[in-house]
Structures are given as C-alpha cells and as structure tokens.
Write a protein that binds this ligand. Sequence first.
Ligand SMILES: *Cc1c(COP(=O)(O)O)cnc(C)c1O
Length: 525
Amino acid sequence: MTESSSVKDAGGQGELLAGGQGELPSGAQGELLLEAFDAQVFRESSESVLAKLEKHLADQAIKGLELVDPARLTEAARSLMTDESTRIAAFDEEKLAAIVDLYVRTGIPVHSPGYMGRQFSGVVPLGGVVDFVSSVVNQPSSFYEAGQLPNVAERIMADELNRFIGWECGSFDMVTTSGGSLANLTALLAARNRRFPEYWTKGGAALQGRGRPAVAVGADVHYSVSRAAGVMGIGEDQLVRLPLNAEQQICVEQAGPALAAAEERGLEVFCLVASAGTTSVGAFDPLDALADLAHERNIWLHVDGAHGASLLVSERLRKKLHGIEKVDSLAWDAHKMMFVPAPCTLLFYRNKEHSRGAFRQKASYVFDEQQDIYTALDSGDKNFECTKRPMIMPLWVLWSMYGRALFAEKIEYLCQLTQDAYDVVAEESDFQTVHRPEANILCFRYVPGTLAPENIHRLQEDIRNKVKFQGNFFISKVNVDGVAALRVVMMNHRITVENFRMLLSEVRKSGQELMAHYEDQRDAQ
Ligand SMILES: *Cc1c(COP(=O)(O)O)cnc(C)c1O
C-alpha cells in the first residue's frame, strides 16, 4: 500500500493530493512557488526591510502614538492585499515596503523619548535580530529534539538568573511561558494540585468535606491572577484581598488576621500571591515577612515579578526583593525590564519537583515514559503550550554578548530617572504625588487649586486621552485608591528629566484647556 492510498483510505473522501502525483505545478506557478521559499529573494527582501528598521531606530523625535481610525487602517491594509485568489501572486517588493512602513508607523513608538506609557519596551535591537533568526529556523522549544539550542539556553539562563535568587544548584526549575499571565496561571495550578492532588482528575468532587479553595492576593494584584481563579474554577469570589499599607504594599500586620478570617468563612487558602512590582504603581510587597507567614500556614507563596523581578540583577536595587529565596515560585517577564521582544517570561520554582505538578497529564505521543539525556530537557509537560516560541534566545544571546551589566545599568538609570521625576512633581504646587516610586513607575495627578474635588478623577482621565490624541507623549492612567491618576512607566534610557518636564507642561496646558471646557459646560446648563 502506497502512502497516498493509505491517506485516501483513512479519509474515505477521495483524493487528498491534487492529481495524486505529488508534483509541483508546472510553468510560472511552479516558479513562483519556488521563489516564495528562495534564499536569495529572502536576503534581498530582508535587506530592504533592515534599511527601513535602521531609519526607524535612528529616529529620536519625541512623539507618542498616532492613533488611526480602525476603518481607515483596515482600508489601507486591504489595499495592500493581492487580488489573486486562485493563483500564486508574484512577489512585489513595493508592496512589502508599504506593508512594513504601515506596520512601523502605526505602532506605539517604543524607541521614542515620548513613550512613557506601558511596560513593554523598546528592545535591545540585537534581540530583534535573534528573534528574526528564530522565525526563520523555526525551532519551537517545548521539546529538546525540536529546539536543541533553545532548550540548552533555557537551562543556562535558569542557572544564570538563579545566581540572583540564590537557590541551590540543581534543586530548582525554570520553564518559559508566553507571558506573565500564563506564568501566573501555571504557578497557581501547580500550587492547587499540590494542595488538592485529586483535583486534576476528579475536578470539584475532590473537594468533598473540604473548604473552598481560595487564593490570597494583594488588593492591587494584576488582573491575570483573578482571571486565573476564574479559569481554574476557583471563582473570582474566592480571592481573599489583603489590605495594602500607605506604600500600596500588602500590609503584613493585617494579612495574618485576614487569612484567619477567610478560613472562618470556609475558605482553604492554598496560595498567596505577592507582587514584586505592582502594575499600577510598581510597589514591592514585603517578601521576607510574607514568606514566613505563608510558611507558618503551609501556603504556597507565588511572586508575580512580571514587572519587577528584573531588579534582582542590580546590586543596588535587588533589596526590593529581599526574601526571594524563600518563595515557592516566581514569574519574571523578560519582555518588560530585560528589554527583549515579547513575549519572554521565565517561571521559576524553588523545588524542581513542583514544576511537573501544574499539568498532571499523560500524552504518550509526546511525553516519553522513560527519559533519556535528550528528553530530560523537554518542557512540554511543564508548560501549557505545545508549540512554543523559542523565546529565551534573544535574552540568552544578549546576556552572552553584553553580560549582566547592560541590564543592570539600564534598570538603575530608569529607576533613578523615576525618582528624579517624582522630585519634579513634588515641587509643582498644581501637581499631586500619589506614592513614592520604588521602581520605574510613577503615578501623579494634576490638581490645581481651582479644580472642584468632584472633577479630580474625570480630569485625569480626560488629560490622559487629550495627551494621547495630541500625539507628543504616550502615557497611561490608573486608579489609585479609587481615583484616577496619570501614570508614566520609564522604559527608555534616552528619556531625560527635561523630557519629563516637557510632559508636565503638556499635562498642565491640557488640564487648563479641559477645565475651561468644564466651566463652559456648567455655564451652559
Ligand atoms: C505585565 C504584568 C502581568 C502580565 O504579564 P504579561 O506578560 O503581560 O502576560 C502580570 N503581573 C504583573 C505585575 C504585570 O506587571
């Protein structure tokens, strides 16, 4: 029986292979097919794209996002699509150039000093080069045989970064995941399966006679954690929100009583999630004290360090994560403060046995029952993804080429800049500070004396939008203690204090225009 007839019989739906001959189309179509995969065409098209990207990176103009009407952008994008529906279209260099231009132009300008808005960063360009290689060689990394170097690089980076965590060599584990949100979900699953070993197979029936599974979090936890609670069937209502202190950190004194009260209510708290750098203000929860508390109560301590774990590589800043060696798991986004292309997240487990606990599942076609020296490096049983981007490669290459100091120097600059920006805000009588920055996130409000208190919240929201549409700066906003605040995230080492003063001027001017408008509205009523 030939290969093609077995395919045919299995499908039972006639020929699956056109013509049944397994031949490429003849003539021009055959040539176009070959050309689409041709090495020289590849090089030529890459070179013109690289020239464009060089220009893009060299542009240091201060600018924010040019937000485009989605209908107009759709139209522009559609106009670049081929009309061919049955035949392979010929390669069109101009079309590629137009597509790349459109792509670059419509993005948040992450390399501009005007970008102070979000946590993903302008990448170290070499990281982009490595990602480009990854896209061409296409070595998904959940299994050693599919991505040999990525899997080895993961093990190396785990050891390299563990130098700043401090676990014993060989005792811990690390797995990469597509983003911090997935890392948080994965760690919570590992924690839940450890406390409720039968939950994976029996589901809710495993809970007979026990309290409802619950997760304790800081009141300001990232939404991915409450989402994980929903996904896992724990239910968002089973999140025990621990009160924060004035610095927006989990208040240790109140955490113990809050956990006890949760148990009284019939909850069984199996995991405590602390943040090492909250998303809103960059606050670091006191890990050392929380680890003691969790240990006393036999609760898994997971640290969401998506934003701030990178501070570990700085001698000056690592004290923010004091006690990190005592925690059970740590999520660390390299696509934030390690400046690599997104996504690249590292999920560490203090006890390597626990890394296999998140997904208790057998699939004989991929998971070898008997490990050998090759399959021992597979991570497919420890991460949710089957096909997974070899996301470690840019990080490993940058680390190999430049060493730790590249990251430490940049992070230290950004945190100092944020301190300086805080000092500037504190000096201005029409601005209000909201917190003392612990890292590179700063929230503040524009509150001139003439502003009616009931308009404070609305004014910050309106200023954020006005600044965004003016297109000189890109900043974000967040509610702190229920009231909106302007939020800057310093991710670019080319931003200066002077740039920040320019932003404040724009905020002030926008605020005054908006307030005049509020008054017009009131007078009109
Ligand atoms: C960004 C962030 C996340 C989410 O990580 P993604 O990589 O965007 O999925 C989770 N927690 C914190 C504290 C974050 O800052």
